[in-house]
Write a protein that binds this ligand. Structure first.
Ligand code: SF4
Length: 369
């Protein structure tokens, strides 16, 4: 798509990793994100040049903790993981073998690893019920709006009964059977990306994609100790949102066609790659595509601080969260909501009911304060 190349400028499209693809499903209504992602624009570099660098990136402590936990789960040919899978999936002991796809004969090339992963998955799918195997570091591929992204699930498990399961290993704790809902939701979205990529791979190979289970195995440390525990997480809802969002990205043409002619997010990098575009100019360009800010953006999108600042400067009700925004349906700004509440603003047609509720809330608040 030439227009998408123009929007990005003369740099290669940024590949999407599973975390970035999963984040697409977090705010499907945002046209700004849909356009920037479809064009493969480096949102982190854009946000940094705008003066609003993203808060993402794990602390070295969290990375080390994650690596130590993953190594524990996978040590001795995934012995600990096999114990968990036997319990949760009923994996029969004699059928579990372990294959590391981290390189092919010492060659770590993505293309080679992907071909090798496909070959082994094809063989496992043809072998039927007797091919129980754990594939460590498989490399899958997903096409996002015409660009290919390579994705590496933690593990793919293949069990008796002919079904594949994605295993996602996370280092956040499960305490008394409960984990932080935000973290579980993010892990489910990420695992859904792998399920989709594995289903696409099986379909390309002529197998039934439904053989990839929508139940993913989430492995986390239990009760402050490092002992791993496994839970099945149903990612059907995340898959549906993801599919819709990916389809929307491939149809992003309608949004792109409506943009100002000549609009571009090109950072005009110098010979060393440093952006030289005037910031005010870039700000205008980014504001040229409508956003749909929500507080969740703070954990999912590189442009979150820029969009939050924009929403604050407009006094937008988006800042108050999706629930409040939806409850205030059609009231775009906090000033408008306050005006309707104290009666200083006459409701527009269709706003009568929300104005009545706001006036009621205002009276109740006045009575108790
Ligand atoms: S941070 Fe901005 S661009 Fe990103 S999803 Fe939220 S509103 Fe859209």
């Amino acid at each position: 798509m030439d227009r998408l190349d123009e929007l990005r400028g003369p740099v290669p499209p940024r590949p999407h990793d599973a975390r970035a693809i999963a984040a697409l499903a977090a705010n499907p209504g945002c046209a700004r994100r849909a356009v920037l992602d479809a064009a493969g624009i480096d949102k982190d570099a854009t946000a940094t040049h705008l003066g609003f660098p993203a808060p993402f990136g794990q602390s070295p402590f969290a990375i080390t903790r994650g690596n130590v936990f993953e190594a524990l789960v996978k040590e001795s040919g995934c012995a600990e993981l096999l114990r968990l899978l036997r319990e949760i999936l009923g994996l029969p002991i004699p059928l579990a073998s372990y294959t590391d796809l981290g390189d092919v004969g010492g060659n770590p090339s993505a293309h080679l690893r992907h071909s090798h992963t496909r070959r082994l998955l094809d063989r496992a799918a043809r072998d039927g019920d007797d091919a129980g195997t754990l594939y460590d570091h498989p490399l899958l591929r997903l096409d996002i709006a015409g660009h290919t992204s390579y994705l590496e699930p933690d593990v793919v498990a293949f069990r008796l009964g002919g079904r594949f399961h994605i295993v996602e290993i996370k280092s956040f704790s499960v305490i008394d059977g409960q984990a932080e809902p935000d973290k579980v939701a993010a892990a489910a979205r990420q695992a859904a990306v792998y399920v989709l990529a594995l289903r696409d791979t099986l379909e390309e190979l002529g197998h039934d994609p439904a053989r990839v289970s929508h139940d993913v195995v989430l492995v986390c440390p239990e009760n402050f100790a490092n002992r791993p525990a496994a839970t099945l997480v149903d990612v059907r809802r995340e898959l549906a949102v993801l599919r819709r969002q990916l389809a929307r990205m491939t149809r992003v043409g309608a949004i792109v066609d409506a943009l100002e002619p000549g609009l571009t997010f090109d950072l005009v990098p110098d010979a060393g790659g440093a952006p030289t575009r005037p910031v005010a100019d870039l700000r205008e360009a980014v504001r040229g595509v409508g956003a749909r800010y929500a507080p969740d953006c703070l954990s999912t999108c590189d442009l979150c601080f820029f969009c939050r600042d924009e929403a604050a400067s407009e006094g937008s009700t988006d800042l108050l969260g999706r629930q409040v925004r939806d409850a205030l349906g059609g009231v775009a700004t906090v000033a408008e909501a306050l005006g309707l509440a104290d009666g200083s603003l006459i409701p527009d047609e269709g706003q009568e009911e929300i104005a009545r509720l706001l006036r009621l809330a205002d009276r109740m608040y006045a009575e108790v304060s």
